[in-house]
Design a protein around this ligand. Sequence first.
Ligand code: CA
Length: 265
Amino acid sequence: MRLRVGARTDKGQVRSLNEDACVCETPLGLFVVCDGMGGEAAGEVASRMAIETLLSQLNGSDDWPRDPQDSVAAGFRPPTRQLAAAVQLANRAVFDESRRNTERAGMGTTVVAAWLHDNLASLAHVGDSRAYLWRNGQLEQLTLDHSLVEEQVRAGLLTREQSLAGGPRNVLLRALGREATVEVELAEVPLMPGDYLLLCSDGLTGMVADEEITARVARLRHPQEISSSLVSLANQNGGADNITVVVVQVLPDPFWRRLWRFGRR
Ligand code: CA
């Protein structure tokens, strides 16, 4: 799978620190956004620590630690299960550090990770950082926030429109680092040439409507231009939080490869 990638992270207009972190490891096909939380820069530590754990766990080795939640991951393919196990280890690393170091007590982070293999994206997420798929002009949200607002919508206590109208959006029901284990939500999404996978923190989705994201992907096309433009727009709209956007474009196979495949039929 040939990919073109862009990313941008920014502290926004209000916060003094950027506690978001992201990584684009294109040769591995690994893309991650984490949104850290906790006082005195502890959020920065949590998000970096989660990303470093994922990178060290998923750098190409075939053996991976057993996931305590393996039953949840059982129906998924090996890379997805490996990703789930790595997220569990990231959770444990943040949790242990927050207990070791009193200044970091209570720190945590969201995670949304995509690991791309053979035209399939393995997705894992905890918290309210999101993954979207843009295909043929349509934007589909691939993850549901683990937040109070999302729960209220699911329970029918709030309509989707009311949930977008404002109010406290940041009450997270799940995050890495809060407990010794965490429930990781998994998905597998087949990808096609022309698709765009977008990962972001809530500093984007709290400031920029889905319609605007859809329109900018359609208009700009280049992943770096899309990420930069969306971060600028979130800042123009107030930049109330740290903003991170990662955009991965799936390119068509080159001519020789299509020819080679055709010849093998
Ligand atoms: Ca945030």
